[in-house]
Design a protein around this ligand. Structure first.
Ligand SMILES: *Cc1c(COP(=O)(O)O)cnc(C)c1O
Length: 223
C-alpha cells in the first residue's frame, strides 16, 4: 500500500483527541514531506543525529518528538529544536536537560519513560523509582513534565492490554495529585502493531512508523 493509503487507514482508527505521531526514523526527507503534505505535523525520531540532519530540511511548523534514548552528552544539540522529549528516564538526564535549557533560558517539555515490563533490553525508569524522579522534576525550573511514555514488552493482545492498563492506572493516579512541574496530559503508548489496543486502553498519543511509511530498511544505514 502507498503512504497515502496507509495513512487513510490509520486515521480511521485514531479517534479525535488522540495525537498521531509519525515515526520517521530511517525514512528519507521525501517520504516525510509526503506525510507532511497529507496533514501530519508531529514527527518522531529516535536518534539525535538523524533528527538534527532532517530538521533543517523540513518545514518549520513540524513538531519534532525525540522518542529514543537520550544520552546526556547529546542534550546540548536538541535545545530549542525538539517539541517533546519522550525518553526522560533518570535524574542524571533530567539534570543535564535542566542545565542546558536553563543556559538558553528555554523550557523543555518531556514525558517520563517507564520500563513497565522491567526489560533489561529497554530504557525507562522502573515504577518503583518513579516517585524519586518526579521529586527531582519538582526541583526544576526549566523542565515541564507533560505525561508518560512506554514501550511495552512484545506479546499477544491480552498481554498488551495488561501493560497498557497498568500504565493508564499510573497516569490516572498521578493526574489526581498536584505538582508544580508535573502534569499528566499525554499518555504516549501504542505502535504499529498495537495502537488500536492502546487507544482502547486510554492512550492519547500513538507512535506509528511502519504502519505509515512501510517497512524500515536498516541495512542502508549501516555506516
Ligand atoms: C520505532 C519506534 C516506534 C514505531 O514503531 P513501528 O512499529 O514502526 O510503528 C515507536 N516508538 C518508539 C520508541 C520507536 O523507537
Amino acid at each position: 500500500m502507498s503512504i497515502e493509503e496507509n495513512l487513510k487507514e490509520i486515521r480511521k482508527n485514531v479517534k479525535d483527541g488522540v495525537t498521531l505521531l509519525a515515526v520517521s526514523k530511517t525514512k528519507p526527507i521525501d517520504s516525510i514531506k509526503q506525510v507532511y503534505e497529507l496533514g501530519i505535523r508531529d514527527f518522531g525520531e529516535n536518534k539525535v543525529q538523524e533528527l538534527m540532519d532532517k530538521e533543517p530540511n523540513l518545514p518549520d511548523d513540524i513538531r519534532w518528538h525525540l522518542i529514543g534514548h537520550l544520552q546526556r552528552n547529546k542534550v546540548k544539540y536538541i535545545v530549542g529544536k525538539v517539541y517533546l522529549i519522550h525518553s526522560l528516564d533518570s535524574i542524571r538526564l533530567l539534570k543535564e536537560i535542566e542545565k542546558h535549557y536553563k543556559a538558553k533560558n528555554l523550557m523543555a517539555q518531556a514525558l517520563i519513560q517507564i520500563n513497565i515490563g522491567k526489560e533489561e533490553s529497554k530504557t525507562g525508569v522502573y515504577v518503583e523509582h518513579l516517585q524519586e524522579l518526579i521529586n527531582a522534576c519538582e526541583e526544576c525550573k526549566n523542565v515541564k513534565i507533560k505525561g508518560l511514555m512506554s514501550v511495552i514488552p512484545k506479546g499477544n493482545e491480552e498481554q498488551c492490554r495488561y501493560y497498557f492498563k497498568k500504565l493508564k492506572n499510573i497516569f490516572c493516579d498521578l493526574r489526581e495529585k498536584s505538582f508544580k512541574n508535573v502534569k499528566m496530559d499525554v499518555l504516549s503508548m501504542g505502535m504499529t502493531h498495537d495502537y488500536k489496543i492502546a487507544i482502547e486502553e486510554g492512550s492519547n498519543l500513538v507512535r506509528i512508523g511502519e504502519g505509515i511509511f512501510g517497512k524500515r530498511d536498516y541495512s542502508i544505514h549501516v555506516k
